[in-house]
Design a protein around this ligand. Structure first.
Ligand SMILES: [Zn+2]
Ligand SMILES: [Zn+2]
Length: 1022
């Protein structure tokens, strides 16, 4: 006996029960043991930052990873299941600062670095526990407890090793450069962190006079939106080929920027070059030693401002470059916190951002201000704390990319990207990448192993052993190779033997993640070290081993990695960089990447907007299977619109599967049907009806299509195929076979069982809970010796023959004709139960008699004939989703012309309308039926339904109504499907007694008569 299913599944409790089963029965361990000697499939998990709980965003990526690992496991692949956590960097620091109420680096130092760092580690500890719990609930199978944590000493020293190699190659340098700077975080921001961080901001817009030294009473007028940079001014730039003029009041500016003003003198820009002027804030000190002058610059824009550009090489990237060309001095006015240095007079200690108003007021007082307004423009902000960034000259550590750019591009060409355009994005990034700024002036991160000496030598430490060897004292009691502990270690300079100190900087967090394909797989590790990854800060959080080099050779490069698109310039990039540096090849063979997640209405999800969905709510209200389905039905090239609305739609689809299983169970139990396990690999083929053969062929096609979808890493294709199959199974096979199930036909039950079992297996990687539950119901309880989990069975095989193909085509055409017939019936507003005379079919391939009979039966027509449908006319409607984007504003005019019939349909299917040529897929062409006929057409097939009713047809329509009514009443009365009845019809239906046998057969009536009443009535007959 199969266990009867409830009306609908309770996802939350069903899923928890399955989790419990997997755990108690140790299914995951059994799966791994079964595949131990199989071919390898290497997946490397990108680390998730351990500073949060599992959210629906993170669950997306985790789902895709789990889906493909489960699929590969079902195919017998031996795999690694190591999950990873990113544990360092600004994300975590900023969160802890907020929690502790710290607002600057000074306050962190006062709080105490050791306490601060251990607070950060606590965040990692809590968050990783939460993330693991959430991922388990999602159904993700990982080697939990053997996770990698990027702050382990092992990971750190692997990065050291990489940096040492970079230095040996001559790529490492300390740059005195202008960088984007976050004054709140007190650190530079590198190029890959800037993308997407621009927002609209309102800033002051000032025109300021610079008095000319050799032309009394005259002044240059410059334009700036950053008044804080004026104290760092050293030059003014003009376009040498543009025209400049002097106004009556002595102000010079580009004539093109002065409207209708009259000029008393006009000169080309080249004449102004070399003029000396009084700097705007010379009295503050630093500016007074600068000889301010006019320089020529081809990039001066005459489209905005005054055509004269204020140049402060210490505060702007282009200014910095221009300063190099013209040998201009660099004034760097602000410190790490964005405040003026002490030698800037009354500005000393003031924040650059807040000093704008005072600077403006001061200029006005000294009659140097021409005008002051506001401007809205795009401006970058810190990706973590949203403070507007400043430009600041600082000393940062860089890796030069000149020599590695081409090898990286070459390696990228060997990678298969899904979707393909992601690979071009990576190439664009590589073409344009600037030197990698790897240093951050922070506390909680990878300690850069750089020890610069006053003798000029830079020692870069490459391992813990080397540190111990060079250190001036023992390092055995260092708890972690991180700040603050590592800062206490001095080493002897490799060149001169002097004691030297480490630089205070920590590393870019993407170094931490980029080294993972080496540090977790044991690259060049001489021996396998049990728990060798559980070092430093990771001690006590994991029991991960450090494997040996042979292991690395086996698992590198990854066959497959997957993360969202922004990782192109982050993790995919840093991994590629480090891997090409260390091995010359890409660290991954295939990458699946995907776009953004938005809410179901297409808006960003924000806690403060009330549209964010927590993973807990999603688990409770939709269930993990539905979440996973929602992620998997998404084409990766488009943004995912996630929400409870789409979840309902998915629940509806899953219910169709559920109901089909439920249908099977009730009829199978009625006749005590017993399936055989062999049918899972080799379907039974005795006594099959054509419909059974068709379902088996259809099942083989599903397996084939789904397998291809998985192999292409496109779950969307798997689900499209599955949905189409489910429709065929429930709306065709079951529907057309009902009578056979009532009769308990073994062939029908065996075929349906096979179709259901195979379908749940191909969908198992996506909806593992429901699939496992149904496997238990349909297979484990019924077949002795069955694999105790769906995931312990082999991947289903798809075998088909040419005869199968013909059968599939025939049924597909049949279903299309029926669909068109239903449409024609609906257009004519005829009830489904009303029999009709004739259906004409035009344009369908030859269908044999059995299909025509099925069409007649489904559409309730007496006869189906092939024949030419004479149309009275054509109607053409626009296919909006395709056409509207192409036509744009012309769309309404074209639609009007189509509605009014002003179009020509050409033989090739193109439609000429109003000067436009519309392709066949851009329009929907319908043939209008002649009087007394209703027509519908699609894809080259047209049907016409004879809508004229004879008295005979009308009566038959009433019989169908009666049968339907009786069967509804039977259900309402709680009768079993096998119960017999004695039926009485109302007097008004006396004429239907001519059909008594028919009615009796359809309602399981032992007798049919007419009563005096006005309603249908019946009693159970014994
Ligand atoms: Zn910041
Ligand atoms: Zn030295």
């Amino acid at each position: 006996m199969f266990t009867a299913l409830p009306d609908k599944p309770d996802a939350d409790s069903l899923e928890r029960a399955i989790l419990d089963f997997w755990e108690k029965a140790e299914i995951f361990a059994a799966v791994r043991a079964k595949n131990e000697n199989g071919p390898t499939f290497s997946f490397i998990d990108g680390p998730v930052t351990a500073n949060k709980k599992l959210g629906v965003h993170t669950a997306w990526g985790r789902t895709l990873k789990d889906v493909f690992q489960r699929y590969k496991a079902m195919r017998g692949f031996h795999q690694r299941y190591q999950n990873g956590f990113d544990c360092q960097g600004l994300w975590i620091e900023v969160g802890v600062e907020r929690e502790l109420g710290l607002n600057s680096k000074r306050e962190i130092e006062e709080y105490g670095l050791e306490a601060f760092v251990s607070k950060c580690r606590e965040v990692v500890e809590e968050s990783s526990a939460d993330l693991i719990a959430g991922s388990k609930r999602l159904g993700q199978w990982m080697d939990w407890g053997k996770d990698y944590y990027t702050f382990s000493d092992t990971n750190i020293t692997y990065i050291w090793r990489f940096l040492q190699l970079v230095q040996e190659r001559g790529w490492l340098y300390r740059g005195h450069r202008l960088t984007e700077w976050c004054p709140r975080c007190g650190t530079s921001i590198s190029a890959h962190e800037l993308i997407g961080s621009y927002t609209d901001r309102s800033d002051p817009s000032l025109r300021v006079r610079f008095p000319l030294l050799d032309r009394p009473g005259e002044a240059l007028v410059i334009w700036t939106t950053t008044p804080w940079t004026l104290p760092a001014n050293v030059a003014a730039a003009v376009h040498p080929d543009e025209e400049y003029g002097r106004l009556a009041n002595g102000d010079w500016l580009a004539t093109a920027r002065a409207g209708q003003a009259e000029f008393t003198e006009v000169r080309p820009g080249s004449d102004l070059v070399g003029w000396r002027y009084q700097g705007p804030f010379d009295e503050l000190g630093p500016g007074s030693v600068v000889a301010h002058r006019v320089v020529a610059w081809q990039d001066v824009s005459i489209q905005e401002g005054t055509g004269i550009v204020h140049i402060a090489p210490g505060c702007g990237a282009e200014d910095f470059d221009l300063g190099k060309v013209n040998d201009l001095p660099v004034l760097a006015p602000i410190d790490e916190a964005g405040c003026y240095y002490g030698d800037y007079g009354w500005l000393a200690g003031r924040s650059a951002r807040e000093a704008g108003e005072e600077i403006t007021a001061d200029l006005e007082k000294r009659s140097l201000l021409v005008s002051a307004g506001e401007i809205t423009h795009r401006y970058p902000e810190c990706w973590r704390c949203h403070t507007p960034l400043l430009f600041r000259v600082s000393d940062d550590w860089f890796i030069s990319v000149d020599e590695i750019r081409e090898p990286m591009r070459e390696a990228n060409r060997s990678v298969r990207w899904v979707p393909g355009y992601m690979g071009s994005r990576m190439d664009d990034w590589l073409v344009n990448m600037s030197d990698w700024n790897i240093s951050r002036r922070r506390y909680y991160g990878l300690p850069l192993p750089f020890y610069p000496c006053s003798c000029g030598h830079l020692t870069v430490i490459g391992s813990r052993e080397e540190l111990a060897e060079r250190a001036t004292g023992p390092i055995s009691d260092l708890p972690e190779l991180r700040r603050p502990w590592i800062d206490a270690v001095q080493i002897r300079c490799a060149a001169c033997g002097q004691a030297v100190q480490r630089v205070p900087e920590v590393g870019d967090v993407w170094l931490d993640a980029g080294i993972v394909p080496f540090s977790t797989l044991g690259w060049e590790s001489p021996a396998w070290v049990p728990e060798g990854y559980a070092t430093g800060a990771a001690h006590g959080m994991t029991t991960a081993d450090l494997p040996d080099h042979a292991y690395w050779q086996r698992w590198f490069p990854a066959d497959w990695v997957s993360e969202m698109r922004e990782q192109i310039r982050l993790w995919f990039y840093s991994q590629l960089f480090m891997s090409v540096t260390l091995t010359g090849q890409a660290p991954y063979r295939t990458v699946l990447s995907y776009e953004k997640m938005l809410d179901e209405h297409g808006r960003e999800m924000h806690g403060s907007w009330g549209n964010a969905i927590s993973a807990e709510d999603a688990f409770a209200q939709m269930g993990a299977d539905v979440m996973r389905w929602q992620y998997c039905q998404q084409p990766p090239s488009q943004n995912l619109l996630f929400g409870f609305g789409p979840a309902k739609e998915i629940q509806r689809k899953l219910l169709t599967l559920w109901n089909s299983v439920s249908f099977f169970v009730s009829y199978a139990n009625t006749v005590g049907f017993k399936p055989e396990l062999d049918w899972v690999s080799e379907p039974q083929r005795h006594d099959l009806a054509p419909l059974d053969q068709w379902l088996l062929a259809r099942t083989a096609r599903l397996i084939d299509e789904a397998t291809r979808g998985y192999e292409q890493y496109l779950t969307v294709n798997v689900l499209r195929s599955f949905e189409a199959y489910l429709d065929d199974l429930s709306n065709w096979y079951i529907r057309r076979s009902r009578r056979r199930f009532w009769n308990g036909e073994q062939a029908a039950l065996a075929t349906l069982w096979t179709g259901l079992v195979q379908a749940l297996r191909v969908i198992a990687p996506i909806t593992p809970f429901l699939a496992e539950h149904l496997w238990q119901q349909l297979v484990v309880t019924a077949c002795p010796g069955a694999p105790r989990s769906a995931f312990l069975a082999e991947w289903p095989k798809a075998e088909s023959s040419p005869a199968d193909e013909r059968l599939l085509e025939g049924v597909a055409a049949t279903r299309q004709i029926i669909e068109l017939g239903r449409r024609a019936r609906a257009t004519a507003k005829l009830r489904v139960r009303q029999p009709l005379g004739v259906l004409l079919v035009d344009g369908a391939p030859d269908l044999d008699q059995s299909f025509l009979a099925e069409i007649a039966d489904e559409l309730r027509v007496k006869e189906v004939r092939a024949g030419r449908v004479e149309a009275s006319g054509l109607r053409v409607r626009p296919n909006f989703p395709v056409l509207a984007p192409r036509l744009g504003r012309d769309m309404p005019v074209v639609k009007q012309a189509l509605d009014a019939g002003r179009f020509t349909v050409r033989d090739d299917g193109h439609v000429e309308v109003d000067g436009h040529l519309l392709k066949a897929d851009e329009v929907i062409v319908e043939r209008l039926g002649q009087e007394g006929w209703s027509a519908a057409s699609d894809d080259g097939v047209t049907v016409a339904l004879d809508t004229r009713l004879t008295p005979e047809l009308t009566r038959e329509g009433r019989v169908y109504e009666v049968i339907h009514r009786v069967n509804t009443l039977r259900k309402e009365a709680g009768l079993e499907i096998t119960d017999r009845i004695r039926l009485s019809l109302p007097g008004s239906d006396r004429d239907l007694l001519a059909y008594a046998d028919w009615i009796a057969a359809e309602t399981l009536a032992t007798s049919v008569d007419v009563s005096a009443g006005e309603e249908i009535s019946f009693v159970r007959s014994s």
